[in-house]
Design a protein around this ligand. Structure first.
Ligand code: SF4
Ligand code: SF4
Length: 148
């Protein structure tokens, strides 16, 4: 399991190993061949990002909520439907790429600080994201090599 592999590692060291693996894997991964996150994961939209989205779509905030965004059970703003309505399903490109929410920019969160405190999120993301899965496999291998 993901969590048991990381228990013995210092948090800062684990962040550094993840950050290196993240950089290496994303050098070669082409997300346009995948888009699993945009098809299966609903990013949280921060309140301050609402205006950015409506500007990008050239619609009012009211129209944004009428057509694309709702509040979920936890009180977070999310897109109403999946695949994400901003995804072009023909080429897997985000139609609001420059204005996409921070949650999209940071996905799959494999280079976040104190990743040891976010292992549940990591477990969820490796189910969806092949790059995150590859990153975790590399991190586990590196730890096993050091401990061998
Ligand atoms: S806003 Fe763009 S990057 Fe974010 S889930 Fe939708 S299509 Fe993907
Ligand atoms: S699921 Fe992972 S590999 Fe696929 S597009 Fe999203 S970030 Fe890229």
């Amino acid at each position: 399991m993901v969590s048991s592999q990381f228990n013995s590692i210092n948090s800062d060291t684990l962040d550094q190993i993840f950050s290196n693996a993240h950089s290496e894997v994303f050098k070669t991964f082409n997300c346009l061949n995948c888009a699993n996150c945009c098809k299966n994961y609903s990013p949280i939209i921060e309140p301050e990002e609402i205006n950015l989205l409506s500007t990008a779509l050239n619609i009012s905030a009211v129209e944004l909520f009428e057509n694309y965004v709702e509040m979920d059970e936890e009180g977070d703003f999310v897109f109403k439907s999946q695949p994400c309505p901003m995804l072009n399903l023909e080429d897997n490109k985000c139609t609001i790429y420059e204005s996409r929410p921070r949650a999209c920019r940071e996905y799959p969160h494999t280079n976040m600080k104190a990743i040891k405190n976010h292992l549940e999120l990591l477990k969820k993301n490796i189910e969806i994201c092949p790059a995150a899965d590859e990153i975790v496999q590399r991190v586990i291998k590196q730890i096993e090599d050091v401990e061998a």
